[in-house]
Design a protein. Structure first.
Length: 155
């Protein structure tokens, strides 16, 4: 089983900022996650691991951060950045997707969502709304597709 903690000799990663960011995400979660014991229960990560992260004695690994992100309702990339595992320049996601091909309304929605100006509840509502719209579009698409009627016999 792979280790979920990267060991470092000295706190060379931004553990204090990470600790504050993680605490803020726990406070914003609905329902609120009151402490790291509860976060550990929800993620399956031992509470002592969180203690080592908070003190800077160990840096979180990507596998653990993915579990935390899923519980807190954020993208893992946000936690990777906060934990100092990567930086925005290294990721350079801007050139991978050409958003200009999307309708302006969708581009505006994506910008608003990614801007960070939404509360956790608003983000959750936005995700639910998009999922609802997508499922409706899938259903309409499935109804409109012509199904093959089988082979015709030569008469």
């Amino acid at each position: 089983m792979a280790s979920t903690v990267l060991r470092v000799d000295a706190p060379t990663w931004p553990f204090e900022e990470f600790r504050e960011y993680l605490r803020r995400l726990m406070d914003e979660a609905r329902p609120r996650i009151p402490d790291f014991a509860e976060l550990g229960r929800l993620t399956g990560i031992n509470q002592s691991v969180f203690s080592r992260w908070r003190s800077g004695a160990a840096q979180p690994g990507t596998e653990s951060l993915r579990k935390v992100a899923a519980v807190l309702g954020v993208t893992p990339v946000k936690l990777f950045l906060a934990a100092g595992l990567t930086d925005a320049q290294e990721l350079d996601l801007s050139g991978q997707v050409d958003l200009t091909v999307l309708p302006a309304e969708l581009r505006d929605f994506i910008a608003l969502y990614l801007d960070g100006g939404l509360t956790a509840d608003q983000q959750r509502y936005a995700r639910q709304t998009v999922a609802y719209i997508a499922s409706g579009l899938r259903a309409e698409l499935a109804k409109s597709q012509v199904k093959p009627s089988g082979r015709r016999r030569a008469g």
